[in-house]
Design a binder for this molecule. Structure first.
Ligand code: PAF
Length: 293
């Protein structure tokens, strides 16, 4: 695997691949690679001639300075992991290399950005769109791979592709979970051992919510999830002030991302949650409809 830190080196490699009519798979990441990322890289490896993994902590998608500062940076280990999963190129530019000029572009996505993460992280999705478009321009991929844990991000990228009319196939990939059910995330490594031990209760609660949806209405299921996590520390006497603080749990149409009121409101329904635990913001997604096999 080759590691490039300049756009010039990446462009030269991409031009060569394009001239040889090779297909290109892009896996955009912010590093701190885990099995979830590696599953995207392996899939890209199966489906493309050349696999490019970008490793770039994108400052303009962070609306919280502390979160940006604390974001794990593990470049050496990331390159080794990307290589072992089959990547051909790791592109790890500096901020100056990625953004030689101040960024002035702002993207708008309408109703899909007005829910869940959107209002809570102002500017986040525009920042994601700016970096993803830049990566698309630099790598000209045939296919681009994104994990479904960031469910709303996938809808945003799909909308971005419609806006900019690039013929890139968007490939959403399933969430990868630890054996205890916790959705893998680069942020998990910031959890204390005590917090890591209780974190799987987020997914366990979502699984129970899906069971409940067979006999309870949407509002009751939504309220139950929020209530169960908010009171978890009392019911289970968690130590050291440890507690779940849900920021939102929304049950939404999987295409429009708008909240539903009735299980028959949409053919595809997912539940999306953001929860604070131990100073770490965790997100997860569960499918209600159509039922998972
Ligand atoms: O999902 C992420 O890790 C980031 O939002 C992405 C797509 C790499 C853009 O910085």
């Amino acid at each position: 695997m080759q590691t490039f830190t300049t756009t010039a080196a990446l462009t030269a490699a991409i031009n060569e691949a394009k001239q040889a009519n090779r297909t290109i798979g892009l896996v955009p990441t912010m590093g701190a690679l885990h099995e979830g990322h590696l599953s995207l890289i392996r899939r890209a490896r199966q489906e493309n001639d050349l696999v490019v993994v970008s490793i770039f902590v994108n400052p303009i998608q962070f609306n919280n300075k502390e979160d940006l500062a604390k974001y794990p940076r593990t470049l050496e280990a990331d390159c080794a992991a990307a290589a072992s999963a089959g990547a051909d190129i790791a592109f790890a530019p500096s901020v100056e290399e990625m953004y030689p000029e101040p960024v002035t572009t702002v993207y708008h996505f309408g109703p899909i950005e007005e829910v869940m993460e959107g209002p809570r992280r102002p500017g986040h999705f525009s920042g994601v769109a700016v970096v993803v478009r830049r990566l698309f321009d630099l790598t000209q991929p045939t296919r681009a791979y994104f994990g479904e844990k960031d469910f709303q991000q996938i809808a945003i990228i799909r909308n971005l592709l419609e806006q900019i009319k690039y013929p890139i196939e968007l490939v959403p990939c399933p969430i990868v979970r630890a054996d205890d059910g916790l959705a893998l995330s680069s942020r998990n490594m910031r959890l204390s051992p005590e917090a890591r031990a209780v974190a799987p209760n987020i997914y366990a609660t979502l699984v129970q919510a899906v069971e409940m949806s067979e006999y309870e209405d949407v509002e009751s299921v939504r309220d139950w999830v929020l209530d169960t996590l908010s009171t978890f520390h009392e019911v289970n006497s968690l130590p050291n002030g440890l507690r779940f603080e849900p920021e939102y749990f929304e049950i939404v149409n999987d295409t429009t991302l708008q909240p539903i009121n009735d299980w028959n409101d949409a053919p595809g329904v997912v539940g999306c949650i953001a929860v604070w635990l131990d100073g770490v913001r965790l997100i997860d997604v569960i499918r209600f409809l159509p039922e998972e096999e």
